[in-house]
Design a protein around this ligand. Structure first.
Ligand code: IMP
Ligand code: MG
Length: 171
């Protein structure tokens, strides 16, 4: 049986998401914002974050997948394209966790080709140890040196996304 070690509580998550939402609200005044979540991991964070952004914005999702078990395969597969027109819009990409940076590097490259006005990154967790691609993370709720975590959208082999808190998973 895997062991779940509590890492970030529900309240700590809520407080931090509220703060980041306020920051985004300030930074995007007068902009034409699309909040674009990276599926599937960002779905819960994105639902909370969107409700903390107090300016009109549209929602979209981009599907990308790179993980098998606890190891990144390095191969990124697009599973869903955005529905909205990104041209001349201000795109805020919402990720669950930036690990090697491979996924976001590919997505930023793809989104940039759509000719948006701006592209920025907001992640729930910025995990440093295995970073391979340098990513300009504008908003990070939490910073983590290493480890494999689950809950609040984050999975291990597609499970545990529904947990309300974030846990360190010891396999
Ligand atoms: P990257 O391409 O290596 O940056 O990996 C990004 C993706 O890997 C994330 O969107 C997650 O789906 C997954 N991932 C990376 N680290 C973890 C983790 O600690 N727990 C769960 N998923 C993770
Ligand atoms: Mg995942």
């Amino acid at each position: 049986m895997p062991e779940f070690i509590p890492l970030i509580s529900r309240h700590t998550i809520q407080d931090r998401v509220r703060e980041i939402g306020k920051q985004i609200t300030r930074d995007y005044q007068g902009k034409d914002l699309i909040v674009a979540g990276i599926l599937k991991g960002a779905f819960i964070f994105m639902a909370d974050l969107s409700r903390q952004i107090d300016i009109d914005h549209e929602i979209d999702f981009i599907g990308a997948s790179s993980y098998e078990g606890t190891r990144s395969t390095g191969q990124i597969v697009f599973t869903k394209q955005p529905d909205l027109e990104f041209k001349h819009r201000d795109i805020l990409l919402v990720e669950d966790i930036v690990d090697t940076g491979n996924t976001l590097a590919k997505i930023i490259e793809f989104v940039t080709l759509l000719n948006p006005n701006s592209v920025s990154v907001c992640t729930l967790i910025d995990k440093h140890e295995r970073r391979k691609k340098s990513i300009d993370v504008k908003y990070a709720c939490f910073s983590l040196e290493k480890g494999f975590i689950v809950g609040y959208g984050l999975d291990y082999e597609e499970k545990y996304r529904n947990k309300s808190e974030i846990y360190d998973l010891k396999p």
